[in-house]
Design a protein around this ligand. Structure first.
Ligand code: SF4
Length: 222
């Protein structure tokens, strides 16, 4: 007997987003900053979400804008919370090597930030509302830095910045354009550290190298 055709019902990836309480005010506050220093000071006193209660300090940025390259990770960890700087500690040292050996510029010539400016307790995943509220700061930070290319470090940052809920294996290796701005996702330095000593370490390092080359081409540094 002839089988009925299989019908695939495509579901939307996510339900329509509700407006997060306080988000319009948060956006207006971020938009009112005309310089990165004004924005930094707005972030330093931000109490828009519950993470302000557990942070030691806000983590705004490190480095500068001269290379046209901006790295964005997900959120500060314990070392970052302690020092008030993104990507310090072991992952930070790895990132510095990627910048200096891969791009051939000094760490202070690239701009480094996170999606979230406060550390989630015990490094838990940020909640959607926390991300939404802090993205108001990040969006303005990107506008003010105006990078030629953004390198998204790790899957969380890459999904957030590209809006595509895919594995890192599918996100990396290409340039995504969001509002005309190129975004190159690559593996997080912590992921590389976890792979050290394993057979996949060399392969992952090579993939990161390829992604960095892509980003350099976008920034006109290749
Ligand atoms: S995580 Fe972002 S939105 Fe939440 S308190 Fe910190 S700076 Fe404000």
């Amino acid at each position: 007997m002839e089988q009925p055709p299989v019908v695939k019902v495509l579901q939307p990836v996510a339900a329509p987003k509700r407006e997060v309480e306080g988000l319009p005010e948060q956006r207006a506050l971020a938009a009112s900053a005309t310089t990165l220093e004004e924005l930094r000071s707005g972030v330093a006193s931000c109490e828009a979400c519950g993470l302000c209660e557990t942070r030691k300090q806000t983590v705004f940025s490190d480095g500068g804008v001269s290379s046209g390259v901006m790295f964005i990770g997900e959120a500060p960890g314990a070392d970052e919370d302690e020092q008030g700087l993104p990507f310090v500690g072991r992952a930070g040292q790895f990132l510095t090597r990627i910048i200096e050996l891969g791009i051939g510029v000094k760490r202070e010539d690239v701009y480094i930030a996170n999606v979230l400016k406060c550390r989630p307790p015990e490094n838990r995943d940020p909640k959607p509302d926390e991300k939404a509220l802090c993205t108001a700061w990040l969006d303005r930070q990107i506008e003010l830095v105006n990078p030629k290319v953004i390198v998204a470090l790790g899957r969380h940052a890459a999904v957030h910045l590209t809006g595509m809920d895919l594995s890192m294996g599918r996100l990396r290796g290409q340039v995504h354009r969001v509002n005309g701005r190129p975004i190159v996702p690559t593996y997080h330095p912590s992921y590389l550290i976890r792979q050290e000593g394993s057979s996949s370490f060399v392969r992952t390092k090579k993939l990161v190298w390829e992604d960095i080359q892509l980003a350099m081409r976008e920034a006109g540094l290749a």
